[in-house]
Design a protein around this ligand. Structure first.
Ligand code: TMP
Length: 219
């Protein structure tokens, strides 16, 4: 396919939206055709599914997994593949690793979740996945945690570990960025990794910006 597909993954609150905006600005500044999108909710149907999954009542775990997969199937077929086919850079907030980690891992549905997503997308994998990795915030509190905070804190640690494990399975298709750095530092790391991956795919890399952060200087 002619374009380039970059996905951001990571736990809640690691700064994906900010970094996606920063990367999209840099790509547009370099003259690329850029499509910024998200799952769930990157299409009209997806917005309805997002509402049903996240803001409705209880959803049975297998139904939840299938709703994410339905959102993904429609999104990839109607928005992402056409953009890639015309040569755009697609910058996407979450993809199938989120299903593998949250539904497959945290909800205990196992490996079938990955197969469902691969079927839903006819096997489309990102050219690069940027994993924004950070210690869950609950771990930094000094007072004693209540039950809910403790449970969600533990859950968040497992989610973090599951994302890192995904990245280690295919290191050539992932970059793990320390999201506890400043916004500018994270943006510089992301930019350097995306630029290198674009060039490796035969596309133009990113120009150096004037923010005082040296994108190529970070090891
Ligand atoms: P976000 O769009 O604010 O990141 O929220 C999406 C939420 O949905 C987030 O808690 C992660 C969750 N999610 C899944 O559980 N499975 C998925 O496949 C996706 C895409 C998101």
């Amino acid at each position: 396919m002619a374009g380039f597909f970059v996905v951001f993954e990571g736990g809640d609150g690691v700064g994906k939206t900010t970094q996606i905006d920063r990367l999209a600005d840099a790509l547009r500044g370099g003259g690329s055709d850029v499509v910024v999108t998200r799952e769930p909710g990157g299409t009209d149907l997806g917005r309805e599914l997002r509402q049903a999954i996240m803001h409705g009542g209880h959803v049975a775990p297998r139904a939840e997994a299938l709703l994410y997969a339905a959102d993904r199937a429609h999104h990839i077929a109607t928005k992402v593949r056409p953009a890639l086919e015309r040569g755009a850079v697609v910058v996407q907030d979450r993809y199938m690793d989120s299903s593998i980690v949250y539904q497959g891992g945290a909800r205990g549905l196992g490996d079938e979740v990955e197969r469902i997503s691969l079927w839903a997308t006819e096997g489309l994998l990102p050219d690069l996945t940027v994993l924004l990795d950070m210690e869950p915030a609950a771990g930094r509190m000094d007072r004693e945690l209540d039950r809910v905070e403790r449970e969600t804190g533990e859950h968040k640690s497992l989610i973090r570990e599951a994302f890192v494990a995904r990245a280690s399975l295919a290191p050539e298709r992932y970059v793990v960025v320390d999201a506890a750095q400043t916004i500018d530092e994270v943006a510089a790391d992301v930019r350097a990794a995306v630029s290198a991956a674009l060039e490796a795919a035969g596309m133009p890399g990113l120009p150096v910006d004037g923010l005082g952060v040296e994108p190529w200087g970070t090891p």
